[in-house]
Design a protein around this ligand. Structure first.
Ligand code: FES
Length: 160
């Protein structure tokens, strides 16, 4: 794929959940080492679920669209389900990205997982992933095959 989809353009031009949760229950950042761009995601967790997720991205079109889509995917999920979201899910929600831009989706997922891990650290009790539970893997680590997660809204993909 060499062009942006309608869904990706929509998330870039009308990004969802821009900003920061204040005060956050968890805050995490990740950077793309190849370009220096960075995404920070802050989250609020209520009763084991991501009640709110917001992002700030200093980055490209794909990075902003990915963070926007990922905050939509994460909101309302259990923290365990949110931690399992992968770049694959972001790409599915956007209807794909130009192939050279696919690595930009990693940054959003890395930031979300760092925010979820921060919840665990702040609570001091295992937090998001339970006492002694596994740490969320970095999105560059291999994921098992599964069906893509669904967004609440993904214009241009027919998903609502
Ligand atoms: S070019 Fe830097 S994140 Fe896309």
């Amino acid at each position: 794929m060499n062009e942006y989809t309608a869904a990706a353009i929509d998330h870039f031009t009308s990004p969802r959940n821009v900003g920061a949760v204040d005060p956050p229950d968890g805050k995490g950042s990740d950077a793309n080492p190849s370009c220096g761009d960075r995404t920070t995601i802050t989250i609020r967790v209520d009763d084991g679920r991501v009640a709110e997720a917001r992002f700030r991205t200093f980055g490209c079109t794909a990075a902003i669209a990915s963070a926007s889509a990922l905050t939509e995917l994460a909101t309302g999920r259990s923290v365990e389900d949110a931690a399992a979201l992968a770049p694959f899910d972001v790409l599915h929600a956007l209807g794909g990205l130009p192939s050279r831009k696919e690595p930009c989706a990693l940054m959003a997922v890395g930031a979300l997982r760092a925010a979820l891990l921060d919840v665990r650290v702040r609570t001091g009790e295992g937090g998001a992933f339970g006492p002694g539970g596994p740490l969320p893997p970095h999105p560059t680590e291999p994921q098992g095959p599964r069906e893509p997660a669904q967004t609440k809204s993904a214009p241009g993909t027919g998903m609502r």
